[in-house]
Design a protein around this ligand. Sequence first.
Ligand code: URA
Length: 273
Amino acid sequence: MNTGEQETRDQVRALLRWQLEAGADEAIGLHPVDRFNVSAAIETLTPRRIAPTAAATASAPFVTPQAVTASAREIAAACHDLASLRQAMENFQGCALKTTAKHTVFADGNAKARVMLVGEAPGRDEDLQGLPFVGRSGQLLDRMLAAIGLDRNQVYISNILPWRPPGNRTPTSAEIALCLPFIERHIQLAAPDLLLLLGGISVKALFSTSEGIMRLRGRWKPYQAGEREIPALATFHPAFLLRQPAQKKQAWQDLLALRVRLDSLPVNELQVN
Ligand code: URA
């Protein structure tokens, strides 16, 4: 190696070190992507890989975010059990987040549970393990559940987004809209008796509201899952509680409300909690 090459290497190393110190913890793609231009991002990251569907081809000559969302909705609607939904999501190529994620994080816990929890999106640990809520906020969630006598086998857990946003950034509204058909179908197929929505993104997405979690938490609202109405309670996200432990008091009230509602459900032979 000549001196010029060595200098270039040293410069590249110094640049990488600087990025690590600035908080970048992974390389996320070979090609630069303009994430402010969602349709261009989708086309850049998934060239010719989005299966055209009737809705997609009818609505646009090129792939728009709306067409990809319509395609996700058609694909999700065609799934009649959780296994086929999981497979369809694993095959889906319409979301740019999937190209940087290591796993499609589908669900954990017991699909027959009476309570389904819906969080925001996988973080780093969840992406590595392919399971929701296994990192620090998951550990707090386990303790919160234990406080009302539940464990992971007595609830079913999923997220609005099945793919980790790079660097745990907040998902964009286009990404949420694109993934929404999958979690909506997921809830219909799991058909829980009660929903616990963890954090603002979850409640805003499922109720398509712009109200904040501070106002929405602690209130039961019927969630329309296809033909069924499911009582849904919003509470703080465990990651928020890790940052703001003073809010645990409110979350505790929400958990108690969940326990009371759970105990008031009619007994069913398949029940797991
Ligand atoms: N936060 C979430 O909302 N979901 C996870 O799975 C992990 C952290």
